[in-house]
Design a protein around this ligand. Sequence first.
Ligand code: FES
Length: 147
Amino acid sequence: MYSEKVMDHFQNPRNVGEIENASGVGTVGNAKCGDIMRMYLDIDDNGVIKECKFKTFGCGAAVATSSMATELVKGKTIQEALEVTNKAVMEALDGLPPVKVHCSLLAEEAIHAALWDYAQKNGIVIEGLEKPVSDISEHEEAGEEEY
Ligand code: FES
C-alpha cells in the first residue's frame, strides 16, 4: 500500500524536532482528522533556508510527507520553497494512497505558515504567499474535486 520511500521516511523521519529562535514557525491542523503539524524554519540573510525541522501529532503519512518536505526545502530560497507543493512531495515519495493525499497538505501548509510568520517578523511581503489558514480542512473542502 505504501511505497518503500514512504515507509523509510515514516520509520526514520528526517529533521524531527524544533529550532530555537527560528526565523519562522508555522502551525496548522486538520480539524477533520485532528492532526497537527508545526514547522520551524531558519532563514539566513540571503533568504536561504538553512534549517527546517518539524513536529507533528499526525498520522504516518503526515510524518513521511513532512520528513520529505523538510529535506526538499532545506538549502532552497524562499521562492523555491514555495514550489515545494504537496504534489512535489508526493512525487518524491513515489506516491501516496488516495485516501492519504490530504495528509501531505499539512506539511505544505505548515511551511507556508512558517514563511508567513518569517515575513511578518521581518516586515516583508513574500510574493505568491497567501495568508495561511490554521485549519486546512477548510481548504480541502474548497478544492475537493482535485483529490
Ligand atoms: Fe490526518 Fe493523515 S489522517 S494527517
